[in-house]
Design a protein around this ligand. Structure first.
Ligand code: CA
Ligand code: CA
Length: 161
């Protein structure tokens, strides 16, 4: 798991090699499997320039929404500000927090950019016979306050539950 150099006793020659294939390390990994179900490249300006072309990732195991910024030449993700993540592996709760945008989605099964430019998240709850919810995430406006009383930058709207 993670970059091949981080796996003792495993080399590229141990991997399945299809004709014409080549190996590349993952651009990011979780030390414990998260069950990543979707990666959405946010082709929208709705959340402002800071999120344009950003990368939203969801998992089915914990219902966490992760967010990553692509690097300048779009060959990987920008983690320069966090030395603990420079190994490209989230292997502690602190490292997980650094890339977490939202929690509490139970299990994320799909993420999409809507035709309105907002972000849509579909959830799946294995513990409730597959019940799911659909959420729309929009930018917060002036005067919007979060449950904690602070100024949110994004708002979550339950659409179907
Ligand atoms: Ca790390
Ligand atoms: Ca999707």
């Amino acid at each position: 798991m993670g970059p091949i150099a981080a796996n003792t006793g495993v080399s590229e020659s141990d991997l399945v090699n299809m004709p014409g294939s080549q190996y590349a390390d993952p651009v990011f990994s979780w030390a414990e499997s998260r069950g990543v179900t979707d990666i959405e490249f946010f082709d929208s300006t709705a959340f402002g320039p800071g999120f344009e072309n950003g990368i939203f990732v969801g998992d089915i195991t914990t219902g966490t929404l992760f967010y990553f910024e692509p690097n300048a030449n779009r060959t990987g993700i920008n983690l320069e500000d966090d030395p603990l993540l420079s190994d490209l592996i989230a292997d502690s709760d602190d490292e997980m927090s650094a890339v977490t945008l939202g929690t509490g989605f139970v299990g994320i099964s799909d993420i999409e950019t809507g035709s309105d430019g907002n972000l849509y998240i579909l959830t799946f709850d294995r513990g409730a016979e597959g019940q799911g919810s659909l959420y729309r995430i929009t930018p917060a406006g002036e005067g919007d306050t979060s449950a904690a009383g602070g100024q949110p930058f994004l708002l979550l709207h339950p659409l179907l539950t």
